[in-house]
Design a protein around this ligand. Structure first.
Ligand SMILES: Cc1cc2nc3c(=O)[nH]c(=O)nc-3n(C[C@H](O)[C@H](O)[C@H](O)COP(=O)(O)OP(=O)(O)OC[C@H]3O[C@@H](n4cnc5c(N)ncnc54)[C@H](O)[C@@H]3O)c2cc1C
Length: 408
């Protein structure tokens, strides 16, 4: 029976307008204390090296070890695996503070989480003992190997294959743009284990595998030079009949697409946090420059056009931060967070781009000079818009979720 107009409206309103409780974001003194610890470390230990990391396209392993010791690799994991048992909001704050000083440094941990998170979610106790515990302790770094030369957004289109031969899997294929490719100890590699049953079910038949660095047939082929996040080196990987034990399958055979996509749903919140960090850095740089640089015998900040730019920046920064904290809080409360994580990722990464450009404009000619950090913020922002699902793909996800809710 068709619904009456008032019933239709009420059903629509409850879908489109969520409950007020869904907007709860609770920040505690523990969050503040974590922020202060990471900020203090980033200011003292990372800031003096941030420009050099970008110029040399290299982050010293010792620095990564020190960041790991602060707990960056342990925050959200259970104590039984060596973790701190804290929430995702804590992780977001830590990444934001790292990215504020060096987005490249934060990327190493964001990418490594794309291995430790699925291990935590789908790993067997044996896999957790062997791989998760050393990752949480910061002794092993992970690299997530999904993208291939012919398949990025179209995850179901990957061509790498894995075949079971008795006690082991044999994996062959080529992966590209793999962050931490050069430095990782453990790789999560996605490959096709059976042909897709039909065109509509292309996502079926993929599986995920844990591959240790140094396994015969596994090679880090070449570095990919990028304009931004320099230091978090993406690389090409070649897998030539790489043999891994049968038990190195992560999750069920055929569940690889699900493992990948669920991992990105959560990982996008980490990327949104990186955007917030870049926004904060651009905002601070712009204010400081506008206060000290004089033009026509007065500080730039006294010109209304400059003030408007700073107002735009304040709007972008606070929107990005609130949406990112909101997405993390939904996840922490066990609520549906998929649409929120895409909304946060798009908003925050595009705000990072916009704020970087505004900061560059406020810096005039110095905005494009490499001795000032603001041009780096713009280069870094281009990559966070792209990885873990481009912002076009995020818009598709938001629309798909909306249509699903309307049908429910
Ligand atoms: C620095 C860097 C680090 C990375 N790190 C990793 C990593 O660690 N692991 C990993 O697996 N991958 C990684 N990636 C890969 C990244 O996830 C992909 O680049 C991204 O998903 C886009 O895929 P693509 O480059 O093949 O572009 P394509 O998928 O070919 O897309 C090209 C353009 O078309 C648009 N497009 C594609 N399909 C659609 C559609 N259906 N609707 C609308 N627009 C569409 C895209 O938005 C984009 O603008 C990294 C990439 C970079 C640049």
């Amino acid at each position: 029976m068709a619904l009456k107009r008032s019933e239709r409206l009420s059903a629509l309103t409850s879908t489109i307008l969520p409950r007020s409780a869904d907007y709860e974001v609770k920040l505690t003194p523990d969050h503040e204390s974590l922020r202060n610890t990471i900020r203090d470390f980033a200011e003292k230990q990372i800031r003096p090296m941030a420009a050099e990391i970008d110029r040399k396209n290299h982050i010293p392993r010792e620095l990564l070890n020190q960041i790991a010791k602060l707990g960056l690799t342990a925050i959200t994991y259970k104590e039984e695996y060596g973790g701190l048992g804290a929430d995702l909001l804590s992780m977001v704050i830590a990444l934001e503070e790292l990215a504020r000083v060096s987005a490249a440094c934060s990327t190493v941990f964001v990418a490594s989480h794309l291995v430790s998170e699925p291990l935590n979610e789908w790993g067997t106790e044996e896999q957790k003992k062997r791989y998760l515990i050393p990752m949480v302790a910061g002794e092993k770094i992970g690299a997530h190997a999904m993208t291939e030369p012919g398949a990025g957004s179209d995850v179901a289109g990957i061509k790498s294959t894995a075949k079971l031969h008795g006690t082991h899997w044999e994996i062959s294929g080529r992966k590209t743009f793999i962050t931490n490719g050069e430095i990782a100890d453990l790789y999560l590699v996605f490959a096709r284990t059976s042909p897709s049953p039909s065109r509509q079910e292309r996502h079926k038949g993929l599986s995920a595998f844990l591959v240790e660095r140094g396994t015969q047939g596994f090679q880090v082929a070449s570095k990919i030079e990028t304009i931004g996040l320099r230091g978090s080196q993406p690389s090409e990987l070649v897998l030539d009949h790489v043999k891994v034990p049968k038990d190195n399958l992560l999750g069920k055979e055929g569940d690889g697409f699900y493992v990948g996509v669920k991992t990105y749903d959560r990982g996008r919140i980490d990327v949104a946090a990186q955007g917030v960090g870049i926004c904060q850095a651009a905002y601070e740089a712009a204010i400081s420059y506008a206060q000290t640089r004089t033009s026509f015998e007065k500080p730039l900040i006294e010109f209304q056009q400059v003030q408007y730019k700073l107002a735009e920046m304040a709007m972008g920064l606070h929107t990005a931060r609130l949406l990112t904290y909101w997405a993390a809080s939904l996840k922490d409360q066990g609520k549906d967070f998929v649409k929120a994580s895409s909304i946060a990722k798009v908003t925050s990464t595009e705000a990072a781009e916009k704020l970087s450009l505004l900061a560059m404009m406020i810096h005039g000619g110095y905005g494009v000079a490499t001795e000032y950090p603001v041009e780096r913020f713009l280069r870094d922002s281009q990559i966070i818009k792209t990885y873990e699902g481009t912002n076009d793909i995020q818009r598709l996800t938001i629309a798909k979720q909306l249509l699903r809710e309307l049908k429910a």
